[in-house]
Write a protein that binds this ligand. Sequence first.
Ligand SMILES: NC(=O)c1ccc[n+]([C@@H]2O[C@H](COP(=O)([O-])OP(=O)(O)OC[C@H]3O[C@@H](n4cnc5c(N)ncnc54)[C@H](OP(=O)(O)O)[C@@H]3O)[C@@H](O)[C@H]2O)c1
Length: 354
Amino acid sequence: MPAGTGTPKGRGVTRRALLRGAVVAAAAGSVGFAGGRFTAPPSAVPAWTAADMPSQAGRRAVVTGGNGYPQDGRSGLGYHEALGLARAGADVTIASRHQGRGEEAVRRIRAAAPGARVRFETLDLTDLASITAFVARMEDAGDRLDLLINNAGVQGRLEREETPEGLERVFATNARGPFVLSAGLRPLLQRGTAPRIVWTSSSRVGEIDFDDLQKVRSYDYGRAYDDTKLGALLMAFECQRRSTAGGWGIASLAVHPGVCRTSIVVDGPGLDTPEGFRFQYLPFMWQDAAVGALPALYAATSPMATGGAYYGPRDVQGLRGAPTYAPVPEAARDPDLARRYWETMEDLAGLSFS
Ligand SMILES: NC(=O)c1ccc[n+]([C@@H]2O[C@H](COP(=O)([O-])OP(=O)(O)OC[C@H]3O[C@@H](n4cnc5c(N)ncnc54)[C@H](OP(=O)(O)O)[C@@H]3O)[C@@H](O)[C@H]2O)c1
C-alpha cells in the first residue's frame, strides 16, 4: 500500500473504492479524512522542491523555533522553513526563546534573501504568560495572520524536567504550547487569506496515557517525545474537524521531516545515548534540515495541500527526500481519542479553543 493510503480498519477496500473515497475527501477539502474517516489520497504528491513554492508575497507567517541557523554541521528545520517562506516573499516572524540566536537567524535570512521581510519575537511555549504576550504583540503588529507553522519542539533529557507550572517539559513544549498558541492566534488566522496551521509530528509516534500525561509515574525520554508527536497528529486532525464543523476557514495540516541533522538530539538526550551515537557515527542516516523542511513548506504553501492531510518525505521508507503523503498511524485516526486529547489540552490551559 503506498504511503498515506490508510483505510478504515478491518475493511477490504478495492482500488475503485479507494479512488471514490479520494474524490469524496477532495470534495470535502480534506484528503486525510472525510466524514470522520481516513481515506486514500488521490495520488502521490508530484515531485516538489522549494523552487516550486508559489509566491507568498502579502502573506503573514509565524514559524515557531525558526532560530536554528546553520552551525557546527547542523541547523534547525524552522530556520529553513522561515528562509523558504521569506525567499518566496512572505512576511515571516520567527519565534522562540533565545533572542541572540533569533537575531542572528534574521541577519542570515536577510543576507541569503535580500529584501526578506523577517523578524524575531521571543516566545517560550512552556510559559502561558509568554504565549499570551506573544499573541498580543502579533495582534498589535497586524490585523491578520495567514500561516502558523508549529515547528518548535524538544526531545526529552535523560531525567524528567518540570516547568515552573509543574508540567513535564517535553509535553509542555511540544503539545500544550502549540495548542495554546494556535488557540491564541486563531482570531488573527480567521482574518487571514486561506489561513493554515501546520503541526509537526514525527515518523515514529507513541501513545497517549491520560492517567500519566505528565510522566510522573514513569518517565522515559524517548516515550515522552514520541507521545507528544502522536499528540501533534491528534491536534492537527481535530483542529481540521473543528474548523470544518465551526466554519473557521482554517486548514489544519500535519507534517514530519524524516530524520534530520538538527540540534534536537544534542540539546535533548545528548550524545551519550543511542540517538547520540547514531548522530555522531552514522551521519548518512540524517538528512539536511533544508530537505527535511520541504514537507512543512509544501503543507504551508502548495495549492494542492489540503486540510486534514499528513505529509512527510517520500524516500527510504518515508525518512528522506521530497514531500508526499505520509501514512497516518492507526491511533491518530481515532476521533474519540483526538477529542479527548483536545479537551484535556483545553482543561490544562484553562481555555476554550473552539
Ligand atoms: N530533527 C529530526 O530528525 C526531527 C524528526 C521528527 C520531528 N522533528 C520535529 O521538528 C521540529 C523542529 O525540531 P528540530 O529538529 O529543528 O530541532 P532543533 O534544531 O533543536 O530546533 C528546535 C527549535 O525549537 C525552539 N524551542 C525549543 N524549546 C522552545 C520553547 N519552550 N519555546 C519556543 N521555542 C522553543 C528552539 O529555539 P530556542 O532554543 O531559542 O527556544 C529551536 O529553534 C520539532 O517539533 C521536532 O520534534 C524533528
